[in-house]
Design a protein around this ligand. Structure first.
Ligand code: SAM
Length: 286
């Protein structure tokens, strides 16, 4: 017989058995079909839990290792989540390893409700930037791009076609918490192409054969939609045709192309260059 007690919402429970149904449900979130069905995902670490709480995200479950149960920051975050109705679980490091599939797991793991930005609610102001990713495949690339978009002050990410899941543990991990700060929308290619017609600024595509050097573009205060291609195939003709400009990042050496996340970072910071300034040093005379 399991020595675990049944869990009820709003209470701290100790669970150490992998066979516990709540633990089974959390582990099942490793599969996209279960994340889709429940509209939930797993986030690792206290920082991500705190980011989610600060952003008003719905926290369903907080699970932490018994050895850090007395940590005041963990206690504060767990109690904030509990007030909002989250289930709070104390467990073993071994069980956290099983959930996160890591030998050295984070000591706090949360189950959080997904948030999608509806495409038809995207209405950019001047000088705003959105990044559209055509069929992005690699979760590490996607998480890194979300983090980069956050760093550059881009307004959101639009996933086009069949893409990797932004709510997978790998993508969330690579986003380093930026998944809670950068809205993510999705659309199939047909919807995206139709929606693009109402984009009020310029659409900048990137291609290995792009005719414009990316450094020569000056979007001024127009909203920019940056369109990046799939890791293997690049942008198809059907998408290059809807771009106002097709840019190339000049390269030297023998590599065929830049990694998608790196190319997105270069493009994003270049197109956001007017908006990104170092603060003036304290006491500097104007
Ligand atoms: N074999 C693919 C191709 O032929 O396009 C390579 C795709 S590359 C790994 C992924 C994406 O990164 C490209 O579709 C493009 O959006 C961007 N990219 C990579 N290197 C680039 C470069 N030098 N100039 C412009 N875009 C680039």
């Amino acid at each position: 017989m399991s020595r675990d007690t049944p869990v009820t919402p709003g209470q701290v429970k100790e669970i150490t058995a992998f066979s516990n149904p709540v633990i089974k449900d959390i582990r099942a979130l490793a599969l996209k079909k279960n994340r889709d069905a429940s509209s939930r995902f797993v986030a690792e670490g206290l920082k991500l839990l705190t980011d989610a709480l600060d952003g008003g995200w719905t926290i369903h479950i907080v699970i932490y290792a018994k050895q850090i149960a007395d940590n005041p920051k963990v206690q504060a975050a767990a109690s904030r989540a509990r007030v909002k109705g989250a289930l709070i679980i104390e467990t073993s490091e071994k069980l956290l390893s099983g959930i996160t599939r890591r030998d050295n797991p984070q000591m706090v793991v949360s189950v959080i409700g997904q948030r999608w930005q509806p495409v038809d609610k995207i209405s950019p102001n001047s000088a705003e930037m959105w990044i559209a990713l055509d069929r992005v495949r690699d979760p590490g690339n996607l998480g890194t791009i979300i983090r980069t978009a956050d760093c550059a002050g881009a307004s959101g990410i639009l996933l086009v076609g069949e893409t990797t899941d932004p709510w997978s543990m790998e993508a969330v991990r690579a986003s380093m918490g930026s998944i809670f700060h950068v809205p993510v929308a999705r659309a199939d290619q047909e919807t995206f192409t139709a929606w693009r017609k109402s984009w009020p600024g310029i659409v900048v595509g990137t291609h290995l054969d792009g005719e414009i050097d990316y450094r020569s573009l000056d979007p001024g205060d127009k909203p920019v939609l940056l369109l990046m291609g799939n890791e293997q195939q690049g942008l198809p003709d059907s998408l290059t045709q809807i771009c106002d400009h097709l840019c190339q990042i000049p390269m030297a050496g023998q590599a065929d192309s830049l990694n998608l996340a790196v190319a997105t970072g270069i493009m994003t910071f270049e197109l956001r260059r007017h908006a990104l300034q170092l603060p003036s040093p304290a006491g500097a005379q104007s």
